[in-house]
Design a protein around this ligand. Structure first.
Ligand code: GDP
Ligand code: MG
Length: 438
């Protein structure tokens, strides 16, 4: 989806002015792209109609950057479609706050339970996990292992006690031990069936949850929407967690779930690791789909490990393309601490485009080589890569123990990256898009 939309807007960007016809054409492409991404067709239809209406209503022809206006409208409408603003987790004024996780088997409930506990723990809460899936072999063990990993206690009573009873006792345990959050992991089935729903309803009666979160696999596309609809009818969901957003480019589920069920998406999971869960930001997801890169999420992630000034400076440099090899190296080092490279690359503007280019692929081992090469440059060379001529390249290669070809390749990559950033910042304008990035 991202690629496709990028092409569309690439076309718009190239022209000085956009005619009504162009907008119509672009919208046809957007429509196709959304359908391809498995967005519910009704949702697509409404979406297109809304954007068209606005784009034509606006003075697109007179606009200085017509492409930007259309992007802005598409961006805003996508954001609205996904719920507008970020939807926060409920908090009970009589703790503990109770969160019940529901969903089909394999959607990621147990994993997400662990991830959510980790997030809460980071905010200085004291969550308790309750192992309520007694059916899937090793489900209890799975949760216990996760709990141990993050040092969060897991309440379990084995698989001989009913889940309803486990939930009841778990609640008592939380109260007795001063936990302010209880997250209840429940069983799933391959398909929605009545006995599952009955059991979930009984648990709900007993624990009176503040949140009933449906965990859905984003990769299942249109099915995710159907699942969400049925669960919502029966369980009155308070929110949705979309998992496996790392696995596929199809943002279809994210786009339709909220629109169809009315339930806000509260979290997004993008990996199997315990910290691969983030609050879901509709505006950022929209930008990401539009290929602007999820700079904000990246910055936020960076802030966990890097001080804020540094992060802001990085953002500024990326925007103004005033970027040296020193920054490049620094960024690489930071990136290394943040998590899997692939995932992070996706978040950088223009990077998802780059990832497709064979010579742009970077893995963790190569990072070490890149580091060595950059460290063999003089200070001047790092700031003004243009000055690195053939003899300098040879010296750098010798100094770093890499080949001249590798040095050449890195410099070429760096230059392309700079160019890309310039293009990106050109598109965004000096102050960012109108009403776009904050
Ligand atoms: P449950 O049956 O709903 O409890 O699902 P699990 O939590 O056991 O997860 C099923 C599988 O999906 C496991 O192999 C998880 O590691 C994997 N998984 C969960 N969330 C994600 C995610 O965000 N990304 C990826 N790639 N895999 C995930
Ligand atoms: Mg499970």
């Amino acid at each position: 989806l991202a690629n496709r939309l990028q092409n569309v807007f690439g076309k718009l960007k190239g022209k000085g002015k956009v005619s009504e016809e162009d907008v119509g054409e672009a919208m046809r492409e957007v429509r196709l792209a959304l359908l391809e991404a498995d967005v519910n067709f009704k949702v697509v239809k409404e979406f297109i109609a809304k954007v068209k209406e606005q784009a034509v209503g606006q003075d697109v022809l007179k606009s200085f950057t017509p492409g930007m206006v259309v992007i802005d409208i598409v961006n805003k409408e996508l954001t609205n479609l996904m719920g507008g603003t970020q939807s926060k987790l409920a908090k009970s004024n009589r703790p503990p706050t109770v969160i019940m996780m529901v969903g089909l088997q394999g959607a990621g409930k147990t994993t997400t339970t662990g991830k959510l506990a980790k997030l809460l723990q980071k905010q200085n809460h004291r969550p308790l996990l309750v192992a309520g899936d007694i059916y899937r072999p090793a489900a209890i063990k799975q949760l216990e292992v996760l709990g141990e990993q993050i040092k969060v206690p897991v309440f379990s009573m084995g698989d001989k006690t009913s889940p309803v009873e486990i939930a009841r006792s778990g609640m008592q345990h939380a109260k007795d031990n001063g936990h302010d959050y209880v997250i209840i992991d429940t069983a799933g089935r391959l398909h929605i069936d009545e006995s599952l729903m009955d059991e979930l309803k009984q648990i709900r009666e007993v624990v009176k949850p503040d949140e009933v979160l449906l965990v859905v696999d984003a990769m299942t596309g249109q099915d995710a929407v159907n699942v969400a609809e049925s669960f919502h009818q029966q369980m009155e969901l308070t929110g949705v967690v979309l998992t496996k957003l790392d696995g596929d480019t199809r943002g279809g589920a994210a786009l339709s779930v909220k629109a169809v069920t009315g339930c806000p998406i509260k979290f997004a999971a993008m990996g199997e690791k315990i910290d691969a869960l983030e609050p879901f930001h509709p505006d950022r997801m929209a930008s990401r789909i539009l290929g602007m890169g999820d700079v904000l999420t990246l910055i936020e992630k960076a802030q966990a490990g890097i001080d804020q000034d540094q992060a802001l400076e990085m953002q500024r440099k990326m925007r103004t393309a005033e970027f040296t090899f020193e920054d490049f190296l620094q960024q690489m080092e930071q990136v290394k601490q943040l998590g899997p490279l692939d995932q992070l690359m996706d978040m950088l503007p223009g990077m998802n485009k780059m990832k497709g280019m064979e010579n742009m692929k970077v893995d963790d081992k190569q990072l070490g080589h890149i580091e060595a090469i950059i460290k063999s440059m003089t200070k001047d060379e790092k700031i003004k890569p243009e000055m690195i001529n053939a003899s300098r390249r040879k010296r750098i290669a010798n100094g770093s123990g890499r080949t001249v070809q590798e040095v050449n390749k890195l410099i070429k990559q760096f230059e392309e990256m700079r160019k890309m950033m310039k293009q990106f910042s050109g598109m965004m304008g000096p102050k960012g898009p109108k009403g776009g990035m904050k």
